[in-house]
Design a protein around this ligand. Sequence first.
Ligand code: GLN
Ligand code: ZN
Length: 747
Amino acid sequence: MNVPIGSTVLGYPRIGGRRELKRAVERYWSGRLDEAGLYDVAAGLRAQAWRELSGLDSVPSNTFSYYDQVLDIAVLFDVIPARHRDLGLNALDTYFAMARGTDEVTPLEMTKWFDTNYHYLVPEVGPETRFALTGDKPVAEYREAASLGIKTRPVLVGPVTFLLLAKPSADAPAGFAPLSLLDGLVEQYAELLETLRAAGVEWVQLDEPAFVADRTPDELAALQDAYYRLANLSDRPNILVAGYFGDWGEALPVLAESSVEAVSLDLVAAPEAIERVALLRDKIVVAGLVEGRNVWRTDLHRAAELGARITDTGAALAVSTSCSLLHVPLDLDVETDLAPEVRSRLAFAKQKVDEVVRLGRVLLGGESADLLSGTAAGTAPRDEAVRARLAEVTPEHRTRVPYPDRADAQESRLRLPALATTTIGSFPQTGAVRQARADLRTGAIDEAGYEQRMREEVERVIRLQEEIGLDVLVHGEPERNDMVQYFAERLDGFAHTELGWVQSYGSRCVRPPILHSDLSRPAPMTVRWAEHAQSLTPKPVKGMLTGPVTILAWSFVRTDQPLADTADQVALALRDEVADLEAAGIGIIQVDEPALRETLPLRERDRKAYLDWAVGAFRLATGGAAPWTQVHTHLCYSEFGDVIHAIDGLDADVTTIEAARSRMEILADLAAIGYARGVGPGVYDIHSPRVPGTDEVAGLLTEATKAVPVTRLWANPDCGLKTRGYAEVEPALRNLVSAAIRVRGQV
Ligand code: GLN
Ligand code: ZN
């Protein structure tokens, strides 16, 4: 193998520092930009990215995407469902129809990319699928970069991971395994590799992150088979197989035995991988030394030591990020408002590229280690009061009185009917609500004016719920832009960026807050909203909080202490909020944990420890509530199996949970493990604009009463209503209430 890799990154943000791609595709979708205009913006962004990466020895290409890199592979190999193909649209519009659906057809399903907050589109494959290399995106982008004088390494999702992420198409027979199509797909990858080679490509990167999760022997055999065949092609580029977000586990020996030229190791997520590096001694080890998915500066001296250990084994070293930089904001330099002491500890994508370049010059170029000096990040300031308080936490703080006693106290206080009706918290964020936020930003109204408009909105939402006849009301969350950001802005210890956008899916970007030090709550965060809402009605109003796991999951978190400790700091702040809500007369408090399942570790062996601290933090947040305060939680995803014991472990008095799409199956599962408290299976799928009829909802509720006694059952939608419109929400909630009344009368 004569061509080294040197310094590189596994991938790079593509949305543009000012979200230029988002704006361009959205203008294209609305017809305000034509195809040629969109191509121009895209080509500009690609050229810009390549320039920013040009200090690296090996520059990645094909990391650009109009929407998603998994969708790109589907289209490249002609894996286009008939419903999208039959629309008869041109290539670009077919691509976007797969991503977003049209009035006539549904899009591909979207789901989370491993344990990140990026979402990819799930390819659909079946026995009818015929892979064919019909696209040329990786080749075209390679040529485009070459014409700018930059030689690149095309990056693609690898064939095995692609199939492991795919799902059986609607017509596939039961039990169909997408992986059974591997042969046909590998054949097309082989053709692509030959095409790339003919175009002059020296290296390709095939991403196989599916193998940092637990895999069956058959799946490992598929990996072996695929790379045996690709490596044996006579005329092909060198192959780098990249894995990230964890350790390769049993896949490492498989790759070591294959004839691929290079393998990447995520030494940030799995520093222990260094112990097995000798397995790769006849390959290039692409060492992920700079963290790709968090925002902290790298301790370059430590990284250089790790790198040197790899060289000691005889393996050839390349220096890289741990994963694609897709998951971090682009440029710290534009963040002029960050406090200097926070900023000096941060590195975004551009700064991380610079770190990799320096490491490369020292580790590979023989330059002096002085080049790494002055780069160490400072340490997080400590808040001794918070630490002292945490040190005093005992198991009692995480334990309430037994449920039967709580249930009695709550029953006599709240006097709710069986099958009580409620919602999950947010009501539609209307144009007026968004306008008020925009007016506050531009200075058209002041804080007081904004507050006034929000209070009026709360009143409107309370009156509507009373009129519809719901039993437990909410204030509607109009004042919250985002359920995590809202809290992060009110807690000490979080920093916020101006332009720190990270792609969440397609054109959608988020700006995760940065938790940089010990955390505390300077003042109540939600109390006045709950109090205002409760003052308007004799019916109980639920207080609404976001739980510790979800706050951490949707932020950048510190890595200098265990997540468990950080979660407990959040929990203590929430615990004080719970106490203040109680003191303000709020009798029901909901602590949302929609991210509980999301951040479940990829490997089974790490799950128990995670669930222990996740559940512990929730219980620390809620454990101070009086017996007569009813604690609710809300979870929203459909794969509960892995966390069902943890749901029980939260010890909430009522759990509202997504279930409309799985026809109440979750209830039997919960009953089977002995869950014996209140439960509100979502009977209205808010992800669809469809209004469910009374009969339909009553049917679901009746089904639910077979698994759970009606006295413990609630009727509610399966998530917040924020993204819906009143035109659907009003009739849907009316139907929900009449269905609950009907079923109450029948049991
Ligand atoms: N209370 C939040 C809402 O209703 C919950 C959102 C969520 O589960 N993602 O918007
Ligand atoms: Zn939800």
